[in-house]
Design a protein around this ligand. Structure first.
Ligand code: ADP
Ligand code: MG
Length: 260
């Protein structure tokens, strides 16, 4: 079973009396410990997929299970708690709160958790250490470079220790070197911290860091490319537990578990 399972998911938007089918009976299975890059033309529904998996938007048809929870049947009052436990979001424009320091931005999502003050502090320190920004924690976003801002945003996504990180074009606003550094960091989250990653990107160089690249076209998954060169998680990891039955991949293809 995948940590993310979308089956027969249809999403429509109506605009000016017309109905647009953005996702058309989409099936997507992401095993625990996977690192998936999602590519496709603008408007093909990539952000919609992330929003549905993160419970920010609701599907019209189909089932979406995340970390074993059928989120299509969660009440909207349960969604913030679900996200705080399972999901970290990273956006193209970083979306940091400008008047807060890096530290305060990272602390924000922790306020939704049951942790006490000491526990929250420990988590925030850990997250800033992972992204290598302890020495910038009292800076505000505008005092940081784009790459540093995105690292704060990654620390914020990590702070609650979610099992899944969803990133929407996380390198879209960055220069080549900063983009590479961010993708290397995302790969470390996958390999070392065992996070499952679903990353939307237009950037082929960035997508090379992923284990699988899925191509979305007009609301359906058109093709899947495996990157055998991507490093595997260490033995006995989340990835290994997610091995489960093969063939659960989006294309119904060649085995979704770790390859070793
Ligand atoms: P992508 O991220 O692949 O560029 P999106 O998932 O953002 O694509 O959007 C897919 C399509 O759905 C686009 O045509 C977009 O205009 C439309 N869309 C997205 N969100 C809304 C919305 N809230 N209302 C109406 N149409 C929307
Ligand atoms: Mg988008």
């Amino acid at each position: 079973m995948g940590i993310i399972e979308m089956h027969g998911v249809t999403k429509r938007y109506s605009r000016g009396g017309e109905t647009l089918t953005v996702l058309d009976r989409l099936d997507l299975v992401v095993p625990e410990g996977d690192f998936v890059a999602l590519m496709g033309p603008s408007g093909s529904g990539k952000s919609t997929i992330l929003n549905l998996v993160g419970g920010l938007d609701a599907a019209d048809e189909g089932s979406i299970s995340v970390a074993g929870l059928e989120i299509t049947s969660l009440a909207s009052s349960e969604l913030p708690h679900f996200r705080a436990r399972h999901i970290g979001f990273i956006f193209q424009a970083f979306n940091l709160v400008p008047v807060l320091t890096a530290w305060e931005n990272v602390m924000l999502p922790l306020l939704l958790t049951p942790l006490d003050k000491a526990g929250r502090r420990k988590q925030a320190e850990f997250a800033l250490e992972v992204v290598g920004l302890q020495d910038r924690m009292h800076h505000r976003p505008r005092q940081l470079s784009g790459g540093q801002e995105q690292r704060v945003a990654i620390a914020r996504a990590l702070a609650t220790d979610p099992d899944i990180i969803l990133a929407d074009e996380p390198t879209g606003d960055l220069d080549r070197d900063s983009a590479n550094a961010i993708m290397d960091l995302l790969r470390r989250l996958n390999v070392e911290l065992k996070k499952t990653l679903l990353v939307v990107t237009h950037d082929h160089v960035a997508a090379e860091r992923a284990r699988r690249v899925l191509h979305l076209d007009k609301g359906v998954l058109a093709r899947e490319v495996r990157n055998e060169a991507a490093p595997l998680a260490a033995p006995g990891t989340a990835g290994a537990r997610g091995a489960a039955p093969a063939g659960g991949s989006a294309s119904g293809g060649s085995g979704a578990g770790p390859r070793r």
